[in-house]
Design a binder for this molecule. Structure first.
Ligand SMILES: Nc1ncnc2c1ncn2[C@@H]1O[C@H](COP(=O)(O)OP(=O)(O)OP(=O)(O)O)[C@@H](O)[C@H]1O
Length: 279
């Protein structure tokens, strides 16, 4: 559904941000895109949406070339940016103007999501807080039913109960022919939400793996004594002993700790990437 081949990208007269990057993304999954500040996550997502264009290489999204920005492509892709900027009009007026661009827009779903987020359908966008605006825009993004739904830091600006609402909402919306990509630093917000992890670093996709494969190959443990772990790849000390990422030699079932995994991949690349056949 998204096929990127040998993509190189740089902003005008700037250093290369992405270099010879190739990636295939399948429908029916929620992908988490992780990477350090400035790694190029937003730049990659904007190219998938056709907002900026590759210098070298190609991108195909649902059979179209994003830079051509055809109406059928624009109806099928929705980008929720990190910073939302809404006009000072009522939610009803916002809907009236903007839902026309998305022929599959589901008004009932939008109203259900607003109710879940505890926002009145009759509110005016000039009178709600930033977090509430963000929730309105999350509801709008989901209700477009776009085949490619991209969310850049969707939980930034949300308080803890709202993050819980977000996770609840996201857990039930994915359709078989839809692809959702969530880029975030708030890696804990992705726990049990995504089924594939993409890690972007050093101008390329360092890791592209399913949660199932990660938990098959690695075990995530909390221990008081490190002697109990035969092959630790990565360890963080905590108040309650240590949290460890180790080879899953005993075929144990453990819950993926996304933050620990991300830190482990970035700091122990040479040990962890070969397990997933990445270099
Ligand atoms: N409009 C722009 N013009 C020039 N350089 C830019 C522009 N936008 C981003 N950059 C640079 O491109 C690089 C990648 O930025 P990008 O925003 O894609 O990274 P990111 O992974 O999304 O970062 P963050 O996690 O901090 O949001 C950075 O070095 C950034 O300074």
């Amino acid at each position: 559904m998204i096929r990127i081949q040998n993509l190189t990208f740089a902003y005008q007269n700037r250093e290369t941000v992405l270099e010879n990057l190739s990636l295939e993304i399948k429908p029916g999954h929620i992908y988490g895109l992780l990477g350090p500040n400035g790694a190029g996550k937003s730049s990659l997502l904007y190219q998938i949406c056709g907002l900026i264009f590759p210098k070298i290489g190609s991108i195909e999204v649902i059979g179209e070339i994003p830079s051509k920005r055809t109406p059928s492509f624009l109806q099928s892709v929705y980008l929720l940016p990190e910073e939302v900027d809404t006009p000072n009009i009522s939610i009803k007026s916002y809907l009236k103007i903007n839902k026309l661009f998305y022929p599959s827009f589901d008004l009932d779903l939008f109203n259900q999501l607003l109710a879940e987020f505890e926002i009145s359908e009759t509110a005016n966008l000039s009178e709600v807080s930033y977090g509430q605006k963000k929730k309105v825009m999350i509801a709008f993004a989901i209700a477009t039913q776009a085949k490619i739904l991209i969310m850049d830091e969707p939980t930034n600006g949300l308080d803890i109960p709202s993050k819980r609402q977000f996770r609840k909402v996201m857990a039930g919306i994915l359709q078989d022919d839809q692809t959702i990509i969530i880029s975030t630093h708030q890696v804990r917000d992705l726990d049990q939400l995504i089924d594939y992890v993409l890690i972007l670093d050093d101008k390329k996709i360092l890791l592209h793996e399913s949660i199932d494969t990660i938990t098959e190959k690695l075990v995530f443990k909390q221990v008081m004594n490190l002697d109990l772990i035969s092959k630790p790849f990565y360890v963080e000390g905590g108040l309650k002993g240590y949290v460890v990422v180790a080879a899953n030699e005993e075929q144990e079932h453990s819950k993926l700790d996304m933050e620990l995994f991300f830190n482990a991949v970035l700091s122990e690349k040479n040990q962890i990437l070969p397990i997933f056949n990445h270099q």
